[in-house]
Design a protein around this ligand. Structure first.
Ligand SMILES: Nc1ncnc2c1ncn2[C@@H]1O[C@H](COP(=O)(O)OP(=O)(O)O)[C@@H](O)[C@H]1O
Ligand SMILES: [Mg+2]
Length: 408
């Protein structure tokens, strides 16, 4: 009898072990498949938006479209390896879209860990509790402030609004006016955007419909931003014929001038100029797609004693090789040639310049083109040089003989 019970126990134990083993194998293969191929049913919008983090999120303007299947996600990009957190989708009318979380998962983690402390709430506070806090306006201003008197030695990321941070209300006017919601939760959204990535704010201030070379802004939902897909990065288009690169160059120089001069009130100094952050479509139109690091300068302030040289121009000094700049100097002068130098640097600087190698025919027939590009990099009046460069490029694009055989 005892032997029988013992045998049954053994059988049961063996059975349990097998079930556990099977469950483990199943769980492992399920996890591996999710890891390699994404979710079983493809991307789930709900997983991307993190709506439960609101109001510590970007807003909810595009949620209706996302949740009513007006926007469909492409499955191919969905994978746990998508560290950049960029997803693609399309509208019912087949307009391709980019869905950007705007930060890496690790950055969100750091951000979420600091929120409660930042607002003096208990550890592990819930996001809704943020609505009970006061002085959100001060916090927002502090995020974009740059102290021109006691300069920070820490490198700055995100949006810097200078010389005085209170100009932020002017900058936000088009955004706050168009919303009819609760002021506090709107300001919490703005605080979150400014702490994670200011792109949704910038795209509503300088809009594609007004002629800025930025993506069309679709809106935000939770921690997801929706923008139009505008083409491939120029860094992936190094193989195209040179005359097409010249077309991109023309538009890059125009954009550098626009970011500096076009807005009535502000200058936009882009801090991350690179061929990865400019895309081009099949019509050779270009778009600046990464607006995370940016200095916005209010050109209409009344300079106080802390800005003795405000009305002088600041020209980028030689700061050693590579891409370096001085936020302090840009913030202390009403006009700086930062965008112009940066544009010339990606066209003709040391790292993978777009226009080099230059076709022999161009060098032979337009030797001053190369000289002008050099003057833009190393000379002292970039505003004048850029105007000349724009003129020469225009001429070359009209004059088909320069771009003749072998270059097209
Ligand atoms: N509007 C867009 N159109 C086309 N591609 C885009 C767009 N926005 C982002 N991308 C693609 O996603 C990549 C990463 O986006 P980006 O905003 O530059 O983020 P990161 O901070 O990771 O550099 C880009 O290099 C580009 O390939
Ligand atoms: Mg980028």
């Amino acid at each position: 009898m005892k032997g029988k019970i013992y045998e049954n126990m053994l059988l049961r134990r063996r059975f349990c072990k097998r079930v556990a083993l099977m469950l483990t194998v199943f769980a492992l293969s399920f996890y591996a498949s999710v890891l390699l191929f994404g979710g079983l049913k493809g991307p789930q919008v709900m997983q991307l938006t993190d709506l439960n983090r609101c109001p510590a999120c970007y807003g909810v303007s595009v949620c209706p479209e996302l949740y009513s299947d007006q926007i469909t996600l492409e499955t191919s990009q969905w994978s746990m390896f998508n560290a950049k957190n960029i997803f693609y989708g399309y509208t019912k009318s087949n307009r391709r879209l980019v869905l950007k979380k705007l930060a890496h998962d690790t950055e969100f983690k750091v951000f979420d860990e600091k929120i409660c402390k930042e607002f003096n709430l208990k550890e592990n506070c819930k996001p809704v509790e943020l609505l009970n806090t006061s002085n959100i306006d001060d916090k927002v201003l502090k995020t974009v402030e740059y102290n021109i008197t006691w300069v920070d030695t820490e490198p700055r990321k995100g949006l810097v609004l200078c010389p005085y941070a209170y100009s932020l209300y002017e900058l936000l006017q088009p955004i706050l006016n168009s919303r009819k919601g609760n002021y506090k939760s709107e300001m919490l959204n703005i605080w979150t955007i400014l702490n994670i990535n200011p792109e949704p704010i910038i795209l509503q201030v300088i809009r594609k419909v007004d002629g800025w070379l930025v993506p069309p802004y679709g809106g935000v939902c939770g921690r997801l931003e929706v923008v139009g897909y505008e083409g491939k990065p120029l860094s992936e288009l190094q193989h195209v014929p040179w005359y097409r690169k010249l077309k991109y160059a023309q538009k890059i120089l125009d954009a550098a001038m626009d970011f500096t001069f076009k807005h009535d009130r502000f200058r936009f100094y882009l801090m991350d100029w690179s061929l990865d952050n400019i895309v081009a479509n099949e019509k050779d139109e270009i778009t600046f797609i990464d607006l995370e690091d940016i200095i916005v300068l209010d050109k209409h302030i009344l300079p106080k004693g802390d800005l003795p040289n405000w009305y002088q121009r600041y020209s980028r000094e030689s700061m050693g090789p590579g891409f370096s700049f001085s936020i302090e100097n840009m913030c202390k002068h009403h006009l700086s040639d930062h965008n112009l130098w940066s544009a010339c640097y990606i066209l003709a600087g040391d790292e993978n310049p777009l226009l080099y190698p230059m076709p022999k025919e161009v060098n032979a027939s337009k030797p001053h083109f190369d000289r002008l590009l050099n003057a833009c990099l190393n000379g002292d009046d970039r505003f004048r040089t850029i105007t000349k460069l724009q003129h020469v490029i225009k001429e070359m694009l009209i004059d088909k003989t320069v771009l003749g055989q072998g270059i097209r």
